[in-house]
Design a protein around this ligand. Structure first.
Ligand code: MN
Ligand code: MN
Length: 468
């Protein structure tokens, strides 16, 4: 076959037509092995950092180990200096000072570290039918029925009336108890199954089972509730009203796992967007002395629209850049206007079972590399930052020159739904920005699926962007 000459048509097709392939066919075995190895650290991060607060704590730990120091406002940093700034324990900016002056612009990667989950309400604990339960309010977009009858863990902080703050993490240790949302047996679910899918399990039915043993005292009612409060008081020194000043998040308890006989994929909670957060974090930790000053921003509140003082619709990022710029006599807004950003977020990949929601010529696929998404939004591109052809062209050239396997993507068929990322908020600051991230299956489910090669390519993509 080798000696057979290609026909004129074949040669022309090679030259003119797009020919993206499964990355498993393009990469050497050593490179695929490297991707798997990289994902061992990635899985460990997913298991340690299930909430935005835990992701910040873990990012700080890794940053300190890599020589990063807490940011000092007013300090004149020199090329290669590494610093981090924590915003209210829920967001973090990590930076490495570049050789070029700041008015040449910053290279920014921004990912979010909040994920869909169930938050405890402020008066959560109650007793019903001699069970103790927690009331919740779900956070982000979830299919509520997916969150029943699976093991759950409880993470967060409680601020007592004294001002003391208690950190909670129950369910992750092998010896810890776990929690769950109960669901009906199919035998008695005939009426439930007639509900529309959005209401098969309703918001007020996402109640967390937390106990069933009574406190032995005939004089008190709600003995199971009292018993749970007694256990919590013993363990954390809290009283019921302390829940009012608490942030407690209920997340899937299971650990990150390899998926498939070939172990080519990762299954875990919170890969939207910790697949991008971890890769953007690792890239900034590994960068040495870049030309441009590089920042990785791991932000909160993306899943609820980026509002709030830890979300990217607030001013903490431009304030930070302004602080950085002032020391060198630059205006923050001039630095921002000269900067470029990879808005690091996941993209919905083609699902082999549900292909009717994707237009497969333009949808992203697992194992086809990191996804550059020109625009997101809904309907007529509403609520999006549409990256310019010029900036897409620049990113494309950069990736192609550095052997980054990448693909384009979109968020489903036209008019079928849609969604957004932090890209629009960064673009609104007057920065060049494009969405770049990992293709995901089962997005927003308790167990999300990614491909190891794509994770690794995201890491490499952020790295060449920072180094450029
Ligand atoms: Mn996301
Ligand atoms: Mn999301």
């Amino acid at each position: 076959m080798k000696n057979e000459k290609k026909t004129a048509g074949e040669l022309l097709a090679d030259k003119l037509l797009s020919n993206h392939k499964h990355a498993g066919l393009l990469l050497e075995d050593e490179e695929i092995a490297k991707a798997s190895e990289f994902c061992e650290d990635y899985k460990a991060f997913l298991d340690t950092a299930k909430t935005e607060r835990e992701a910040v704590t873990e990012a700080v730990r890794l940053a300190k180990a890599a020589g990063f120091k807490e940011f000092e406002r007013g300090k004149k940093y020199k090329a290669g200096d590494k610093f981090y700034f924590v915003n209210r324990e829920k967001a973090i900016i990590l930076g490495v000072m570049g050789k070029l002056p700041l008015d040449k612009g910053i290279r920014l990667a921004a990912a979010h570290i909040d994920s869909p989950r169930m938050d405890l309400k402020q008066n959560p604990l109650y007793e019903e039918q001699e069970f103790a339960l927690f009331k919740t309010h779900y956070y982000g977009g979830i299919k509520k029925y997916q969150w029943t009858a699976i093991p759950l863990s409880l993470h967060g902080v409680i601020v007592k009336n004294s001002g003391e703050k208690v950190t909670v993490n129950i369910g992750e240790d092998e010896n810890d108890p776990v929690f769950c949302v109960t669901d009906l047996l199919p035998h008695l679910a005939q009426q439930q199954m007639k509900r529309p899918a959005a209401e098969i399990v309703k918001g007020e039915e996402l109640n967390i089972l937390v106990g069933s043993m009574p406190f032995k005292d005939d004089k008190v009612s709600k003995k199971v509730k009292l018993n749970i409060m007694s256990i919590l008081n013993e363990k954390y020194g809290i009283v019921e009203d302390d829940f009012m000043s608490a942030e407690l998040e209920v997340v899937p308890q299971f650990k990150a796992k390899d998926i498939g006989f070939d172990r080519s994929m990762v299954g875990a909670y919170g890969q939207d967007d910790r697949s991008c957060a971890y890769t953007a974090l690792r890239s900034i930790l590994d960068i040495k002395k870049p030309q441009h000053t590089c920042l990785t921003c791991l932000t909160d509140k993306e899943e609820t629209g980026s509002d709030g003082n830890t979300g990217l619709n607030s001013s903490y990022l431009p304030y930070f850049i302004d602080d950085l710029a002032k020391v060198y006599g630059f205006e923050g807004h001039n630095v921002i206007s000269a900067s470029e950003c990879l808005s690091a977020d996941v993209n919905s990949a083609v699902d082999p079972t549900f292909q009717d929601v994707t237009e497969n010529r333009n949808a992203s696929k697992l194992n086809y590399g990191v996804v550059a998404t020109k625009f997101t939004g809904a309907r007529g591109k509403s609520g999006t930052s549409d990256a310019s052809a010029e900036f897409v062209g620049r990113v494309r050239k950069l990736f192609d020159e550095n052997n980054i396997i990448w693909q384009t993507g979109e968020l489903g068929k036209v008019d079928l739904g849609g969604g957004g990322t932090v890209a629009q908020f960064i673009a609104n600051l007057d920065m060049e920005v494009i969405d770049l991230g990992v293709p995901v299956l089962c997005m927003h489910a308790p167990f999300e699926v990614t491909a190891k090669i794509d994770i690794y390519m995201a890491y490499k993509a952020f790295s060449v962007f920072f180094a450029d």
